[in-house]
Design a protein around this ligand. Structure first.
Ligand code: NAD
Length: 262
């Protein structure tokens, strides 16, 4: 029986609790929970008095698996303890690995066994069976093209500062750069860009293109890989979660699937 420590009791955290309760997540119990919002902690404890309330985000001594579904900073705050205590770790805020330099280098220099305990959820994309089979050293180029409805960029400061004109009829490429730059200008694309970068060429060498498209209603991610082994294109046309339309359904399901892989 896996004992889960859950940090962050928002949409993804709640989805995980439900999946453990209805046994979509197999052979697991929620051992301990933490959220910075005390009211939320009380609410969850009222409903599930058997969950231990953690004193802080590193109080996961009695858990086998720690799942972070809070914010990027938490990944950095708990990373060293996780590695030292040899816990399995599922960080949902994977963007932390490209926005926080020290975290990326810590992750890259982990020995093989320690790295194996860090399970990166595929989130709103996929294809990692193929990508990780090819291996980063055989990849010449890795690119993520993210196409979102034009309306998504209505209040984007990047568009305003760069005086980009968006067409009402045709797609406009609004950004081309590396994953690290994309994360700075488009924080909402950070998890997907980071996830691809971590399995391919890293934050500096993984390319990202962001497109405002008046002809689409979903977020569409396309991964293009050129390698010694072959050329691969993966396309993800995600539907929003029926419960939280701000998140793609696939991302929440990937958290569940990742836990089941342990
Ligand atoms: N990997 C992916 O593809 C993917 C997809 C969707 C979301 N995410 C990421 O997962 C995380 C959670 O997403 P969500 O939709 O559940 O968010 P949410 O806003 O619904 O929930 C976040 C919860 O974390 C809590 N929290 C905030 N700061 C905290 C802290 N310092 N310590 C403990 N708890 C804290 C909040 O009170 C809230 O209850 C976000 O960082 C999001 O970007 C990743």
């Amino acid at each position: 029986m896996k004992k889960i420590g859950l940090i962050g009791l928002g949409y993804i955290g709640t989805t995980i609790i439900e999946a453990v309760t209805d046994e979509t997540i197999e052979d697991a119990i929620i051992q301990a929970v933490y959220d910075i919002d005390e009211e939320r902690m009380k609410e969850v404890h009222g409903e599930f008095p058997e969950f231990r309330l953690m004193e802080d985000q590193t109080d996961f001594h009695d858990c086998d698996v720690v799942i972070e579904c809070a914010i990027q900073e938490v990944v950095a705050q708990i990373f060293d303890s996780i590695v030292q205590d040899e816990k399995y770790f599922i960080p949902m805020s994977v963007g932390a690995f490209i926005t926080i330099d020290s975290l990326y280098s810590k992750y890259q220099t982990l020995d093989k066994m320690k790295k194996k305990r860090i399970l990166l959820p595929s989130g709103a994309i996929g294809g990692f069976d193929c990508i990780e089979t090819v291996k980063a050293e055989r990849i010449q180029s890795a690119k993520l093209k993210t196409r979102k409805p034009k309306r998504v960029f209505r209040n984007s400061s990047y568009i305003e500062e760069n005086e980009i004109k968006l067409s009402d009829a045709t797609p406009t490429i609004i950004f081309t750069g590396n994953a690290k730059q994309a994360a700075t200008h488009f924080p909402k694309s950070v998890n997907v860009a980071a996830r691809l970068a971590l399995s391919t060429l890293g934050p500096e060498n993984t390319l990202v293109e962001i497109i405002a498209d008046p002809t689409v209603s979903q977020n569409i991610h396309t991964i293009e890989i050129e390698s010694d082994v072959g050329k691969y294109t993966f396309n993800f046309e995600n539907n929003p979660s029926p419960i939280n339309p701000k998140t793609s359904w696939l991302a929440a399901l990937s958290a569940i699937n990742t836990i089941n892989q342990i």
